[in-house]
Write a protein that binds this ligand. Structure first.
Ligand SMILES: Cc1cc2nc3c(=O)[nH]c(=O)nc-3n(C[C@H](O)[C@H](O)[C@H](O)COP(=O)(O)OP(=O)(O)OC[C@H]3O[C@@H](n4cnc5c(N)ncnc54)[C@H](O)[C@@H]3O)c2cc1C
Length: 522
């Protein structure tokens, strides 16, 4: 018989940042504003918070619960029976890891096939990339255990709340060592310094239960038996087989798209976005967002989110990292790519964000007539821009850079400000190097953003190129009901690389969806 639900009363209140952060000030505010007694106020806790800096007086909108706290999630101690059906999960990014964790709950044995290294070893390759500018095509900022989400800001908000139980994803992160506050913050993030440990603890859960990891195995082909996909073949010719395959290789696994093209399996071009990363001093963003209140011990480094429409193109800020750094995110030789990340405390002196312009097949027709007919047309376009930026950086992962004001005046920068890029920057005329429709949309976009956030366009802002891995330029199609590839039963295209997710949480949700669909197939 179900036990009666414990009644927890929730109330709404606005708290000043000081009231939010100082326990005694918070208790007094709760007694005053909600009429709580001393004992009740002591037991009250915040269960949801949103920082609202739209008005001069910055406040936290809080949902307060009075009553006993829910116990914190713990990682489940699962053990699979010896005859549990193995399923192959390709890729140990958020989609693959959450597919594997859910597989355990469904009684399936996940066999994770990953081209990169365990997170403890991967960090040396990532550090070497910044220091020596050597890109290991199997171990870098995007490839390796934890996928592209490992060295990130670890932002956890998603617009895809209808795609599954976001709370379950957050609880899993907490059970593996994330700060429990991520469950109450409307704009939660974990931070790169915490993510590696969380990913390693997820591995522990999976292995303890009977799942398996096969690192250093780059999938180059599929195994088909009686018309069904039952496994994969790696670069050494080894086969990894199971009841079915979840393909969660992320948006940078270009070799996987080429494998599909080689076999004539269905692929589709998918609109994506491309632009630059803009970097400002964090103090300046604080001044703008907190209305002149540049520093307060009770306010976090300020964030922003900007969008505008320029003709047929959307221009938007992407993966904004307050107190973050910019990283060289290429995944192969001859590419120059940037992205952003931050630590849990977001304590660098810089604020950076991708500023990207939507790119669709219509944009390619004038550039290369006929190219738009290839499913890899947008991928080829993305690659060509990355190669151009690589050459502009002196045939290395030096980031071609320009002051924002010079970009708008269409002239090279004679000097560049100090930057948080984990590599070197070189002055370059980005207004000429970017495809003209991207450069024009960006220029108008920046002017619009300066109207929304006065001071955004400043001598102190730098642009670094190129922000090209915003989402996948290719979709690997799947049936809406079964989630299997229409020509390849047994294959579940999954996560960001298949074009069904964008970001850590939505990729995790898609991993869960795919394995649940797979578990229904006999
Ligand atoms: C620097 C950076 C910062 C980011 N910050 C955020 C953020 O703050 N918040 C957010 O929501 N999102 C962020 N993102 C995006 C987020 O990381 C991705 O959306 C997410 O990781 C996608 O998950 P995925 O599992 O689908 O793919 P991925 O994370 O890309 O994982 C794919 C995995 O597959 C493996 N793989 C690839 N090819 C093969 C192959 N052939 N054989 C075997 N294995 C293969 C890769 O090594 C990798 O481990 C960031 C990305 C980067 C690069």
């Amino acid at each position: 018989m179900a036990l009666p639900q414990k009644m927890i009363e929730t109330r709404q209140i606005d708290l000043t940042p000081e009231e939010y952060h100082v326990p005694e000030a918070r208790r007094r505010a709760l007694m005053r504003e909600l009429g709580l007694g001393e004992a009740e106020a002591g037991k009250a806790r915040v269960v949801r918070r949103t920082l609202d800096c739209r008005r001069r007086n910055v406040v936290y909108h809080c949902t307060i619960a009075v009553g006993d706290a829910e116990p914190l999630p713990v990682s489940p101690a699962l053990t699979l029976p010896p005859d549990a059906r193995p399923v192959v999960v390709v890729g140990a990014g958020p989609a693959g890891l959450f597919a594997a964790l859910r597989a355990l709950e469904l009684g399936l044995r996940p066999v994770i096939v990953e081209r990169g290294k365990p997170v403890e070893e991967r960090k040396y390759d990532v550090a070497r990339l910044g220091r020596e500018q050597v890109v290991d095509p199997d171990s870098n900022w995007c490839f390796g255990e934890g996928g592209a989400g490992t060295y990130s800001d670890g932002k956890l908000y998603t617009r895809s709340t209808k795609r599954g139980d976001v709370g379950a994803v957050l609880r899993t992160f907490v059970a593996h060592g994330a700060d429990p506050d991520i469950m109450l913050d409307a704009h939660a993030h974990i931070g790169t310094d915490r993510l590696s440990g969380i990913i390693a603890r997820m591995r522990h859960t999976i292995e303890q239960a009977g799942g398996e990891y096969r690192f250093g195995c780059r999938v180059e082909d599929l195994v088909l038996r009686d018309g069904r996909v039952v496994g994969v073949v790696d670069q050494h010719g080894r086969r990894h087989e199971g009841a079915a395959v979840v393909l969660a290789t992320g948006h940078s696994a270009r070799d996987v798209y080429h494998m599909f093209l080689r076999h004539g399996w269905l692929l589709e071009a998918k609109p994506f976005a491309l632009g630059v990363r803009v970097e400002h001093p964090q103090q300046l963003i604080n001044e703008i967002q907190y209305h002149g209140q540049g520093y307060s011990p009770y306010l976090p480094p300020a964030a922003y989110s900007l969008t505008t429409q320029v003709g047929t193109h959307g221009v938007f800020s992407f993966c904004m990292c307050p107190g973050g750094v910019i990283v060289p995110a290429a995944t192969g030789p001859g590419q120059q790519v940037v992205n952003g990340m931050s630590n849990s405390h977001r304590n660098s002196p810089w604020a950076n964000s991708g500023i990207a312009v939507t790119v669709g097949l219509d944009d390619l027709a004038p550039l290369a007539p006929g190219a738009e007919r290839s499913p890899l047309a947008l991928l080829d376009f993305q690659m060509a821009v990355e190669q151009r930026m690589f050459h502009a950086g002196g045939d290395s992962v030096n980031a071609p850079s320009q002051r924002l004001v010079d970009f708008l005046r269409r002239r090279p920068s004679s000097t560049l400000p100090r930057t948080g890029y984990l590599g070197h920057t070189v002055g370059a005329p980005l207004h000429e190097l970017l495809p003209p429709f991207v450069a024009e949309a960006l220029a108008q976009g920046f002017r619009d953003f300066d109207r929304k956030m006065r001071g955004f366009v400043t001598e102190e802002a730098t642009l670094l190129a190129v922000e090209s891995r915003t989402s996948s330029p290719v979709r690997i199609p799947r049936d809406r009901e079964t989630l299997q590839h229409p020509q390849l039963p047994g294959l579940y295209p999954c996560g960001e690389g298949a074009g069904y997710a964008g970001g850590i949480v939505s990729s995790a949700l898609d991993g869960i969806r795919c394995i649940e669909a797979l578990s229904l197939q006999r």
